[in-house]
Design a protein around this ligand. Structure first.
Ligand code: AKB
Length: 320
């Protein structure tokens, strides 16, 4: 049974990955960590929670050693839009944090899951059916850290034999914990606004196509990849994965099937628009499908139905 440590456990993905890992491997085998406290909001029953700043290498090593960790899911990172506002912090957390995780994994023989992103691509990348292996010249600090991170993970595997694995996540849509500081965040905000105000002002242009995925698929991708037979993996890090390619108009139209009087207008944020414009419209995830049998379960239609149902329940319960 793996003994798992998660960094960034209170974030959008972390908060749901912790529960999924506890369910699969037992809460006694999961250690949730984050830079801030909030164990009550994430850790099911007896899953341990520890404060951890990923820039504190000795604290990280102490936790890995004390808990006899075998696998690290390294989710702590600054997302694209916030990274543009705080580039030095983004480098420090996204790169130096990753370096600390890889070093501890090398010393303590841990496997590591590392999310990369569609942000690892840039304006010169082919935007449609973006291949697994292609031009990566991002012009954002987030993208620079993601490409460098992908390369560093490949290096630690080849040079030191660290079992590094990862996916390039698209925008993740979920209802449990809101995203923070990303370019794809509109695809979550739109649902909250549709239910609460029946109106949303979108910060991306109507025809901005980006890849998206519903959280249950994102969680399954991480766990399936970590459980995949290594002999089948030609790539290890940075697998393209996607579930749908949508623009704001398509998402609004789908929501309108359930909330007919939902209205959307636009106030474009030039920073996030230019980041989105440099990212692909739709990536090709056939390498993941072939090498570890990746298949999303949710598309735009089924995701929207479930998202509205779950979010409505959550918002009603919050009122009680
Ligand atoms: C962001 O928008 O920054 C993230 C991502 C796609 O990496 N959601």
């Amino acid at each position: 049974m793996p003994k798992i440590l998660i960094t960034g456990a209170l974030g959008q993905i972390g908060s749901e990955l912790v529960s999924a890992l506890c369910e699969r491997y037992g809460h006694q085998n999961v250690i949730a960590t984050d830079i801030r406290s909030g164990s009550e909001s994430v850790a099911p029953e007896d899953c341990s929670f520890e404060i951890l700043n990923v820039n504190d290498a000795s604290r990280l090593a102490e936790l890995v050693s004390r808990h006899q960790v075998t696998t690290i899911y390294h989710l702590a990172a600054i997302l694209s839009a916030m990274a543009e506002a705080r580039p030095q912090d983004a480098w420090n957390i996204n790169m130096n944090g990753l370096y600390n995780v890889l070093e501890v994994a090398r010393q303590y023989h841990c496997a590591v899951f590392i999310p990369s992103s569609i942000g690892a691509f840039g304006a010169s990348t082919p935007p449609d059916l973006t291949p697994q292996d292609t031009i990566q010249r991002p012009n954002t600090i987030y993208g620079v850290t993601k490409v460098a991170g992908e390369l560093l993970c490949d290096y630690y595997f080849k040079r030191f034999g660290v079992d590094t694995r990862g996916v390039r996540y698209p925008g993740i849509i979920s209802y449990k914990t809101p995203p923070g500081g990303g370019t794809t965040d509109y695809a979550v905000h739109i649902f909250y606004a549709a239910i609460k105000q029946k109106h949303y002002t979108c910060f991306l242009k109507p025809d901005t196509f980006l890849d998206m995925m519903y959280m249950p698929d994102a969680i399954r991708a991480a766990i399936d990849l970590m459980e995949a037979d290594p002999a089948c993996l030609k790539h290890r890090n940075a697998f393209n994965v996607t579930a749908m390619s949508v623009d704001p108009e398509m998402l609004a139209a789908e929501i309108r099937k359930h909330i007919p009087d939902f209205r959307m207008d636009y106030t474009i944020d030039p920073v996030r628009q230019s980041i989105a414009d440099s990212w692909p419209n739709h990536i090709d995830d056939s390498a993941a499908r072939v090498e570890w049998d990746w298949r999303p379960e949710y598309d735009l239609v089924t995701m929207t139905v479930d998202m509205l149902k779950q979010l409505l329940l959550k918002l009603q319960n919050a009122k009680c």
